[in-house]
Write a protein that binds this ligand. Sequence first.
Ligand SMILES: Cc1cc2nc3c(=O)[nH]c(=O)nc-3n(C[C@H](O)[C@H](O)[C@H](O)COP(=O)(O)OP(=O)(O)OC[C@H]3O[C@@H](n4cnc5c(N)ncnc54)[C@H](O)[C@@H]3O)c2cc1C
Length: 469
Amino acid sequence: MRSLLNLDQIEPVSEIDVVVIGRGVAGLLTGLVYARQGKQVAILERDRPADDSQPRRGVPQSHHLHVLLDRGRHELDTLLPGIGEQLQSDGARLLDAAHDLDTRSWIGWSQRHRRSRRKLLSCTRGLFESTLRKRVLLEVERDGLNLTIHDESPVQGIVVAHGRVVGVRVAGSAASEAVDVRARLVVDASGRSSRTARWLHETGTGLLEYETIDPNLRYASCFLHAPALDHGTYIFPTPGIARGGVLLPVENGLAVVTVYGSHGEHPGISRASFREFQTSLASTQIAELTAHLSPLTRIRGFAATANRRLVPKTSRLPSGLLLLGDSLCAFNPVYGQGMTVAILQAQLIARLGERQADPLNDRFVRRTQTRLWHSTQPAWSLAVSGDRQHSPRRGIWNSIDRVNAWFVDRVRGHAASNSGVSELFWDVASLSLPRRALMTPQRMFQLMRRPQVGLAGPPPRPDGDKAQA
Ligand SMILES: Cc1cc2nc3c(=O)[nH]c(=O)nc-3n(C[C@H](O)[C@H](O)[C@H](O)COP(=O)(O)OP(=O)(O)OC[C@H]3O[C@@H](n4cnc5c(N)ncnc54)[C@H](O)[C@@H]3O)c2cc1C
C-alpha cells in the first residue's frame, strides 16, 4: 500500500506534480482527484498517523458534532461509490431530517412528518475521516494511483521562486533537517488554521484578504453512552434566547450533545455549567434526555466559529497555489456545511479537469480557483445572512439580510406543521436546492401567512421514547 512513505522517499530536488497541505476531508479528496488525473500527489499532514476514529490534534473540531448533509453524502458517493453504505456499516446513523429529528424553533415543536428525501449522516468526525482515508488508500492501491500520504510532516512554509510558489518546506524529524518539496502546484487544504496568508506576506509573494462575519458563537460538546437513542433533537435559538443545542446518535451506541450560544451567551465546559446551559435552552428536552445518559468524554469547547472567506478582489494569489476547503472559506459550523462544500469542491476539480490536457497550467489553475470560490456562494449566503445580525460589525446587517433572516424564520415556522415546507427547508439547508426553490409565488404567498403554532412538546415517537439506555 502506498501510504505513510517516509518523507525521505520524496527526492528533495526533484519536482512532483501536486503537494497537498493537510489530509482533512478537502485534502484527501482533492489529492485523490488529482491522482486520478494522472498526477503524482503527496499529501503532507502534521498529525501523527491516525488512531482510527479518535479525535486528533490537527482537527480540534473532531470533539464536536459532525453531520454530513444529504448533498454531501450523494456527491461523496459519486466520487467514492458505496462509501455511504460503508460508513453506515461502520456504524454511522442515517437520520431522516423530517422524521427522525425532533426540532423546536420559535414557533414551538415541529410535528413528525412523513419520511422525506433528506437524510443526515451522523457519526463522529473520527469515523468519517478514517473510513475516507482507508477508502482513498484502497483506490490508490487498486488503480495504481501515484498518491502518498505523509503523516508527521508539518509544512513550515512555502518555497517561492520568481514570484511563484514552487513548493513547501517541511519540518524534519529531530534527526533530520527541514526539506523542501518542490511541486508544480501547492494545494492549501490546511483548514481554518492555514498559515498561507502569513507565508505569502513574509515572502512578499502575494496577499490574502479574508472577509469575516463573526457571530461570536461558542460550542461545547460531550459524547455520551446512549445505545438505545435512535433519533435526534435540535433546539434552535429563539428570539431572546441566543442559545441552541443538538443531541444526535452516532456510531457504537454513542451520542453527541453539542450546545452553542452567541452574543456572549457562551456555554461553559464544567459539568455543572454544561448542564445549566442545556436547561436554559428554549426547551429543557435535551437536558431531560441527557440526564439519564452517562458521559464518556470530558466537555470540550470551541470558539473559532466565524464565517471567513477569501476576498478575491483584493487578494493577490501567486501562480502555483490553490486554496480550498476551510482555508478558502470556512462557515459557522452550526449549519453543518463544511464537509459538504469540501466534497463539492473536489467534485468540481474533477469535472473541470475532465477535458483539460494539463489541469496544472497556471491559467487553468487560476480559473479553477475562481470557480472554487464561486462554489462556496450558496453555503456562504445561507450562513451569513442570519449571522450578520450577531456580528460585532452589525452595521453590515442590511435590509436584504433582515428580509432573509425573517424569511428563514418564516420557513422554519411553517416547516413545523407543513411537510411540504419542511422538505423544501431541508432541501435548501442540505445545499441540494438553491434558496430560490422556496421563492415561487405560490410558496411566498403561503409563507407570508403566520404559521400555525407549534406543538407544546416533542411529538410522540412512533415506538415510544428510546432515549434512555
Ligand atoms: C466545531 C465544528 C463543528 C463542525 N461541524 C461540522 C458538521 O457538522 N458538518 C460539516 O460538514 N462540517 C462541520 N464542520 C466543518 C468541517 O470540520 C470542515 O469544514 C471540513 O472538515 C473541511 O475542512 P478542511 O479539510 O478544509 O480542513 P480540516 O478538516 O481542518 O483539515 C485540515 C488538515 O490540515 C492539517 N494541517 C494544518 N496545518 C498544517 C500544516 N502546516 N502542515 C501539515 N498539515 C497541516 C490539519 O492537521 C488537518 O488534518 C465543523 C467545524 C467545526 C469547527
